[in-house]
Each structure stands twice: as structure tokens, then as C-alpha cells.
Design a protein. Structure first.
Length: 634
């Protein structure tokens, strides 16, 4: 059939004229992609001359499998509308199209009509926007981490300045140099003011950099409100304000981070007292039902100066206050409300404001009654075990799914097997079960943090020898090493540094081969043969020593056992391995000098191993057996 539709053959002349003049690509093809019709815009879009166009449209797809997938959907649904696809032109350039398919009958046979717009410019613009967004997020993260680090470094000298100012004041009073006291008090006051600003910046930057820890515990709401009222009483009294606290029915306790919630309430009540003079400040608490379950609401209202809509719009931005006159009159950095907003988000809730100029403001914090319920609702599936089964195992302990994905991929690519734990309690259970070659441990985890996990591991004689590598945003290397960590790595993790550290403490990814042979000359020969395959070998002289080695080290990738010379009866060692749940699956290459009896062969048939006869070519036979073992693993 001709590739060009003839006017009047299967379509009216008018329809044909419109198709020929259409600015978008229009084709009619069979299910297998054979052209029945294509208009000039189609030829122009793909850059083909009429005589050079492929016979089938499927040849123009960047991914032919994508066409097959869409065709299956088309057959099931009867049409396909506005699907983004990627094709290539005659000169090999790829472009994006927005494609629609419709079923029709053409010249008496079933066919599909397709039309497509070139959306390459739009896709490139979207990609550019996404790249710009990613760069902006990276820049913001870098800024936050820089502020967190710098704020930490500034606090040390500031504390020294304040401390020395106080010491000098005492010396001046003791020596009667009273004329120096006003200046020394100014130094102390300025230092404390600057330290307060630094602390605010540190809190804000730690939250934005993901370095703010959350500690969950049951919190008595009445007790918390009494503490807030007591702490804000001096500021309220200074401006002649009255603070009123009321608690709704059923409000008793909340599971949250008491420090973060208290800081948020103090910020709001202190602001209300600061911007209200001889008025009323109210703190009301009540329970409400939300989409995700039961919520608790803290509402702070005042009769103070209030705010305009423009002032409210920028209220929760960092380093922003209502306007410059507010800053001059009342002072402050504008960080308090920005921190409150981020802390509430961190606790699974939010804070909003309503206000009217001259008539006061109302701030409302809404939090889940149990923060754990909010966390559980957004928690993803637990990471799966990955990597070769017989490789050295690394246990990765972190509550961040992205860390599991990133570090897990790094280690698997190096040939390690990675097990995962997402909490402290899970980690302690997993260590007992897996007995890993090394542990990567984050210290900033909810409920049971990494320091607690590390201490528990080092207190257990059966687990204390496992090297623990701390991986954290916190720069607490001295503390980590003092508690028994083998190494301390700071996030973000450098891949080469991670791999080097793991290899140093866990050994090579393929694991250690343990040789059990009382003949030192033969053991040396076997170890040499093993090292030439790229693996590491360690040897012991008898079964008792082998069991001691296995108890003190990570599970080996392979054991080479002389069943005649390992102990008085080499089968005793095999019995011990078979009865140990943690060692039951270790593959064994058994060296036998004599011909084994049918009973012995029957016993060995139930073990994961291979029998190699001793002889002049024992090394070659051993390497061959190891190669077969590796191929099975892979």
C-alpha cells in the first residue's frame, strides 16, 4: 500500500487537505508499526525525506520496549492520551513528544491514528528548573551546615569572654577598682547578647541541616504550662501584663520532645508579653480531632499591638520582624518565630497566626497527641538485605532511609553484604542474629540513640569485639572513640573514606578464609594458594582453636578443614558448626587424606561443603573448589 494517503481513498478530500496542512505530526499505523499514512508535519518533525523514512514507526523510538508497554495499555483501554515519549530524528537527535493514540479502521483494516506535539523545549525548561531547584537546595544545605559549624566555633570564645569579664569584675571589686566595673559589665552584657544570637542561629541552622535531635517522652501538660508561666512571669510583670492559663477537658499528657515544645511555647508567650503593655496574655490548651488522629492545640493570644497582613506574611522568615521600627523599639533578631515554626514541623505539627493591627495576635500550635504516630504514618518500608550472601556482612544502623539507600549502595558495589536496622532496639536484636563483620552506627536516632547502642554493644562480651564505625552529622569524635568506637566518620560521607574505613576494620568484602590444619607446612601452602585468588586467609592448628577464632571474629566466607588432623576426630568440629545457628551455613572445603566411608559421606552430604582429596595437587584442587564456590555465590 502506498505510504501516502490518496485523496478520496479512506478519507474525504477535505479531511485529507486538513491533515496535510496540520502543524502537528499525524500518522496512521498498524499495531506492528507499519505506516499507512503520515502527513508532511510528521516528516518535518523527524527530519526525514519522504523516500528515507523507515518502514515502521517503531524504529523511531529511543526505547522500543516503551512502545510495547504503551501498546499493551492502548489495547486494554482503547486509547492513549497525552503521553510523554522520547523519539529520535534522522540525524540521531532525541526529542520529546506529547503523543495521543486513537483506534480507527483504515482501508478496511484495524489501525491506530497517532498525533504528536514536539515538547522538547518544555521538557528542557522543566529539567533546567529542576536542576536549579536542586542547586538551590544544595546551596541552602551548605549554608545551614556552614552556619551550624561556625556558630559552634563562635560559642567557645564567647563563653571565654563572658567568663573572663565576670572574673575581672570580681577582681575589681576585691581590689577596690570600682571605676572599671561599668565597662566590664558592658563587656559581659554584650557577650551574653551575642551568645544569645549565636545560640539562635545554631538552633535554626541545626534544624535546616537535619542535625536537630528529637527525644520522645511522655510530658505532663499541666506541669509544662506551670513551668512556662513561671519562666515568663518576670517579662509579663515588667510590662504590667497578666498571663492566664486554661486547660481543656481530657488534656493530661502528650508524647513529644519536651525541650522543643517548651522552647516553642516560651517563644510565643515571651513575644506576647513583649508586644503587649498592661494587657492580657492567654495560653489555652485543648484536644481536637484531625485527619491523622487526635491532636493537641496550644493557643497563645494577646491584646497587644497586633500586625498588618503584610507583616504576618513574613513573620516566620529567618531574620525578619514585623518592620524596622519594631526592631528598633523591641530589639531581637527575628529568629525566634522562625525557630518555633521549624520546631513544630519537626514535631509533626505546625504553627499559624491570625492578627489585626491594634487588636492583638493569636498564635496556634497544633501537634499530634503522640509524635510517634506521626512518624509511623510517614515511615517507609524497611530496607532489604542486599549484596552477595557469602560476602562479609556490614550492619547499617540509621533512622534515615536515604542513608540506608546511599551507604548501602556504596558498600554493595564494593562486594559487601549489607543488613539494615532503623532503630536502636532493632539494632541490638540484629547484631545478635547477624554477627556482622562491622557496624555502621548513627548516633542521632529517636528513642534509643546511637550512644546507648554503642554502650550496650561494648558491655556484651560476645559482641564487644565487633568494630563499630560511627557515622553522624555530629562532630563528636573524641566522645565516640572514648566509648569504644573503632572510627568516627562525619556526614556527608566521602565514598573512598567510607570504603577504606570499612575494609580496614571488616576486612575484604569477600571475607576471610579460615584454614584448620595441624600441619603448619601444608597450612602455609594452602594460605599462599588462597592469597593468590585475592582472598585473605587465617589459619589455626586444631578444632578448639577454630571455635575460639569463630567466637571472636565475624563469620568467615569459607572454611578449609583437614577433617583428619583438625582434632582427634575432625567430624567433632563439623558437629559443632552444624549445631551453631550463626555458623550453620558457612561453606566448607574438607581435605581428606584417606577414602571416606559411606557413613561419613552420608554425613557430609547434609553439609554445605566440598571434599578435596589430599595429594601433590591439593592447592590446585583447592583453588578449583573455591572457584566453584564463588560462582555459586554470584
Amino acid at each position: 500500500m502506498s505510504a501516502d494517503i490518496a485523496a478520496g481513498n479512506g478519507a474525504s478530500k477535505e479531511a485529507h487537505r486538513l491533515l496535510e496542512a496540520a502543524p502537528i505530526s499525524v500518522v496512521i499505523v498498524t499495531d506492528d508499526g507499519r505506516y499507512l499514512y503520515r502527513n508532511p508535519a510528521h516528516n518535518a518533525m523527524y527530519g526525514y525525506k519522504p523516500g528515507d523514512i523507515p518502514k515502521r514507526s517503531s524504529e523511531m523510538w529511543v526505547d522500543p520496549a516503551e512502545r510495547a508497554r504503551l501498546l499493551a495499555i492502548f489495547h486494554e483501554q482503547g486509547q492513549l492520551t497525552n503521553v510523554e515519549v522520547q523519539h529520535h530524528t534522522a540525524d540521531g537527535r532525541t526529542f520529546w513528544g506529547l503523543m495521543t493514540w486513537q483506534r480507527l479502521e483504515f482501508d478496511g483494516q484495524p489501525a491506530l491514528a497517532g498525533w504528536m506535539y514536539d515538547i522538547t523545549d518544555r521538557k528542557e525548561a522543566e529539567a533546567a528548573i529542576e536542576e536549579a531547584r536542586a542547586l538551590a537546595e544544595q546551596a541552602n544545605q551548605t549554608k545551614s551546615e556552614f552556619l551550624a559549624n561556625m556558630s559552634h566555633e563562635l560559642r567557645t570564645p564567647l563563653n571565654a569572654i563572658i567568663g573572663y569579664a565576670q572574673i575581672l569584675q570580681e577582681d575589681a571589686e576585691d581590689t577596690g577598682q570600682d571605676e572599671m566595673l561599668p565597662d566590664l559589665k558592658k563587656i559581659e552584657s554584650a557577650g551574653k547578647h551575642l551568645l544569645g544570637l549565636i545560640n539562635d542561629i545554631l538552633d535554626l541552622s541545626k534544624i535546616e541541616a537535619g542535625r536537630m535531635e528529637i527525644y520522645l517522652e511522655p510530658v505532663s501538660v499541666p506541669g509544662l504550662l506551670d513551668e512556662v508561666r513561671t519562666l515568663t512571669a518576670p517579662l509579663a510583670s515588667a510590662n504590667g501584663n497578666k498571663v492566664e492559663v486554661s486547660i481543656g477537658p481530657g488534656v493530661e499528657s502528650i508524647q513529644t520532645d519536651v525541650t522543643k515544645l517548651k522552647q516553642s511555647l516560651l517563644n510565643l508567650v515571651s513575644n506576647a508579653c513583649k508586644f503587649t503593655k498592661e494587657g492580657r496574655v492567654a495560653l489555652e490548651v485543648r484536644l481536637t480531632d484531625g485527619p491523622g488522629g487526635r491532636n493537641i492545640v496550644f493557643e497563645v493570644s494577646d491584646s497587644g499591638i497586633g500586625m498588618t497582613p503584610d507583616q504576618q506574611a513574613k513573620l516566620f522568615r529567618a531574620f525578619s520582624q514585623a518592620d524596622s521600627s519594631t526592631t528598633r523599639k523591641f530589639g531581637g533578631t527575628g529568629l525566634g518565630l522562625a525557630i518555633t515554626k521549624r520546631l513544630c514541623n519537626l514535631l509533626g505539627g505546625d504553627v499559624v497566626v491570625t492578627s489585626e493591627e491594634g487588636r492583638g495576635s493569636r498564635f496556634t500550635i497544633t501537634l499530634p497527641l503522640r509524635v510517634a504516630d506521626h512518624w509511623n504514618a510517614v515511615e517507609g518500608p524497611a530496607p532489604e538485605v542486599s549484596g552477595p550472601e557469602q560476602a562479609a556482612t556490614i550492619l547499617l544502623i540509621d533512622d534515615d532511609p536515604q542513608v540506608h539507600d546511599l551507604l548501602g549502595q556504596m558498600l554493595v558495589r564494593e562486594g559487601y553484604r549489607v543488613e539494615h536496622a532503623t532503630s536502636g532496639p532493632d539494632a541490638l536484636t540484629m547484631v545478635q542474629k547477624v554477627r556482622p563483620a562491622a557496624i555502621l552506627l548513627d548516633v542521632m536516632m529517636p528513642q534509643v540513640d546511637g550512644w546507648t547502642v554503642l554502650s550496650a554493644l561494648k558491655r556484651d562480651p560476645a559482641l564487644a569485639a565487633i568494630p563499630v564505625i560511627i557515622v553522624s552529622m555530629l562532630d563528636e569524635r573524641p566522645l565516640g572513640l572514648s566509648l569504644g568506637a573503632a572510627e568516627f566518620l562525619t556526614k556527608p560521607i566521602d565514598r573512598s573514606r567510607l570504603v577504606e574505613t570499612v575494609r580496614k576494620h571488616a576486612g575484604p568484602a569477600k571475607g576471610v578464609v579460615l584454614v584448620v590444619d595441624s600441619d603448619s607446612a601444608q597450612a602455609a601452602q594452602i594460605a599462599q594458594a588462597i592469597s593468590e585468588t585475592g582472598r585473605t586467609a587465617e589459619s589455626v592448628t586444631n578444632g578448639r582453636a577454630a571455635l575460639d577464632w569463630l567466637g571472636a571474629h565475624a563469620r568467615p566466607a569459607l572454611m578449609v578443614v583437614d577433617i583428619d588432623a583438625a582434632v582427634s576426630d575432625g567430624f567433632s568440629l563439623l558437629d559443632a558448626l552444624r549445631n551453631d545457628q550463626a555458623l550453620r551455613g558457612v561453606h566448607q572445603i574438607l581435605l581428606a587424606e584417606r577414602e571416606l566411608t559411606p557413613a561419613e559421606l552420608g554425613y557430609l552430604s547434609g553439609l554445605p561443603g566440598t571434599v578435596v582429596s589430599k595429594g601433590e595437587d591439593v592447592s590446585a584442587a583447592l583453588v578449583s573448589a573455591m572457584r566453584d564456590h564463588s560462582e555459586v555465590d554470584e
